[in-house]
Structure formats: C-alpha cells, structure tokens
Design a protein around this ligand. Structure first.
Ligand SMILES: Cc1ncc(COP(=O)(O)O)c(C=O)c1O
Length: 342
C-alpha cells in the first residue's frame, strides 16, 4: 500500500453522513470460512439516513444547492433506499422532493410502509409509474422537470440510485476511508484484499473502482449484481468511471474495462425477490453476528460471496472487506416472506 497518498480533487460536499464508518471483523464467520471477513458499516452512515446513498447525496445535493435548485427529482423502485435517503436529506436542506417510483398498478399503489412511509413522513411527493413508464425514466424525469420549471420551480434531477459521475465521489471518499481502515488493522502487510459489495445501479462500484486507484489502495473491487446482468453493469460502471475521469480530470492513466469486476449469478428470481437461501442466511447472520442485512441488496451479495467462497475458499484472497450498504427499511415490509424463517 502506498503511504504518500495524492491529494484528491473532491468537488463540493455537504456533511450528511456519519463518517468514517467503522470497520468490524466478523469473527465467527471468518473462522467458519477460513478467511478474514470485515464489515464496513455503511449501514451506520446515520439512523434515518442509513446506507450507501448518503455518501453520494453529500456531493449531489451540494451541487443542487450550488445551482440554486429548490426541488429534487429522482426515481427508483417502490421501496427504493435511494429515494428515501434523498427525501430525508433534501428535507434536512429545506428542499422539496418529487419521487418517481415504479409499481405494477399505479392506481393501486403499495401500502405506506418501510421506505415509502419515511418518504411520505418527510413530505416527499410520490408519482407512481408503471414498469413501462419506468423504462423511460430519464424522459419521465425530464418531463417532470419541465412541468416544475413551468410552475416557477428550479428542479434538480438525480438519476436512479444517485449513480452518476458526481455521485461516484461518495465511494471515492469511502475508498480513502478504507485505506485508513486497512492501515489500522493488525498484521496488515502483504494480505491480498477484496472489497465486495452489492451492485444495484453501479455508482458504488464505480466510486470504489476509481477510489482504490486514486488512493493507491492495493485491493480488488468486486461487485455482485442484484439485478440486470454482468454485461449491463460492465457497461454502466465503465461509463460512469470514464465520465468521472474526463469531467474531473482524474489522474488515472489507462483505465480499462478489465479494471471492473462484476460477479453475476445471484439475482435469483429478479430484483427485490430473495430466495429462501438468501433469507435463511440473513437470519443466520442476524443471529450469529448481530448484523441485519437486507434481502434486496446486502443479503443477496453476502449470499453470493459465501457461495463463491464455498466453491473456492481463496476466491477473494486473504481478506474480505464487505461493504454493508444499508437497506434495513426495505426489510421491514417483508414480514410475510421472513416469518417462516424465524
Ligand atoms: C442497501 C443498498 N445496497 C446497495 C445498493 C447498490 O448500490 P448502487 O446503486 O450504487 O449500485 C443500493 C442501491 O441500489 C442499496 O439501496
């Protein structure tokens, strides 16, 4: 690991996340698997503002405020953690929020629970889209922005998951934190390290991939996709990285698509649908480690990590840093799915 880190040219940032988040060993699991597993507790970026999205929003909302915006527009699944984090962070900044969320039948929207309850509690306006409309989300966001401008507002669009070049800064900063975390670990030298996380819209992966390069951190970044497929995310992440490199003139020579690692095979029946294996692992980790994963992102990625390790215990080297990216409020409406495992 390089000790003399270069100055990183961070854009303007709000202070929304409780950082640095702790890095905690999962000692019982590490013993069982025969590989060191540590958890980066990004679920502790806050209580209500929990999870990875808060790190991205620090940069995105700073930009929105600098542009004089008064209304934030974003989109996501019905139980989107990103939408909830945006709604709460924006409320803190005195901004209005309009969320475009997808559901099977907008005439019968989902109940007021989990993230949706919090969205509404902080005053976010929700517009329900069909899946077909959501497929055209960029256009739908633009249309909403147009209509807001027509009524004298100044909207700011944040893309799905806060995943663009600016949002990626959140995880460039997290990589810098991880470098310090690793320096503080005992017996640090010469251990090959892999940073594993759930990939849902690509921004976290892009930020980490860029971050380890900028910081000079000797670690492999591996995303486990929880929706779409590997090819899709190889493209999305590559695009975000290249845009960030160009827009912020990042000193990353020869960035290649091969620098991005996505493991596919754990989406199961689709986004938001957790298998009984994932749910039972989630319960096991809760009971043996006191850690609450979520069924949509962290639980699926964690399950994927364990399956890969069962196949090859050395798959991720000597040491794993698993990013706990939050998601607890999305777990709460899943009583029916979880009950039989308790
Ligand atoms: C809890 C949680 N973990 C991981 C992710 C994936 O992060 P990203 O969208 O940056 O790929 C998300 C959002 O999509 C999330 O809500």
């Amino acid at each position: 690991m390089k000790k003399n880190r270069r100055e990183i040219p961070y854009p303007a940032r709000l202070n929304l996340a409780r950082t640095p988040t702790p890095l905690e060993p999962l000692s019982r699991l590490s013993e069982e698997l025969g590989v060191e597993v540590h958890l980066k507790r990004d679920d502790l970026t806050g209580a209500e503002l929990t999870g990875n999205k808060v790190r991205k929003l620090e940069f995105l909302l700073a930009h929105a405020l600098a542009k004089g915006s008064d209304t934030i527009l974003t989109c996501g699944a019905a139980q989107s953690n990103h939408a909830r984090a945006t709604a709460i962070a924006a409320a803190k900044m005195g901004l209005n929020v309009r969320l475009l969320l997808r559901t099977r039948n907008p005439a019968k929207p989902p109940p007021l629970e989990g993230n949706i309850l919090l969205d509404r509690l902080v005053g976010a306006e929700i517009i329900w889209l069909t899946f077909e409309e959501y497929g055209r989300r960029t256009e739908m966001l633009e249309l909403e922005a147009e209509s807001l401008r027509g009524s004298g507002k100044t909207p700011y669009i944040i893309p799905e998951g806060g995943s663009n070049a600016l949002g990626a800064w959140g995880y460039i900063r997290a990589a810098e934190e991880l470098a310090k975390d690793l320096e503080d670990l005992p017996g640090n030298n010469h251990k090959s390290t892999t940073i594993i996380h759930a990939t849902g819209s690509g921004g976290t992966t892009a930020g980490l991939v860029l971050g380890v390069k900028l910081v000079g951190l000797d670690a492999r970044v591996v995303g486990i996709n929880v929706c779409n497929d590997r090819n899709y995310f190889m493209e999305v992440v590559y695009q975000i990285c290249n845009t960030a490199i160009a827009d912020y003139q990042l000193e990353i020579p020869f960035f290649r698509q091969e620098d991005i690692h996505i493991i596919d095979g754990y989406v199961g029946d689709g986004y938001g649908k957790a298998s009984s294996q994932v749910l039972s692992l989630l319960v096991q980790i809760a009971r043996t480690e006191g850690i609450i994963l979520d069924p949509v992102y962290t639980g699926k990625a964690f399950y994927g990590m364990i399956q890969e390790l069962r196949r090859n215990p050395r798959a991720f080297g000597d040491r794993i840093l698993f990013m706990h990216t939050g998601g607890i409020f999305g777990l709460l409406p899943m009583v029916a799915q979880l009950e039989s495992f308790l």
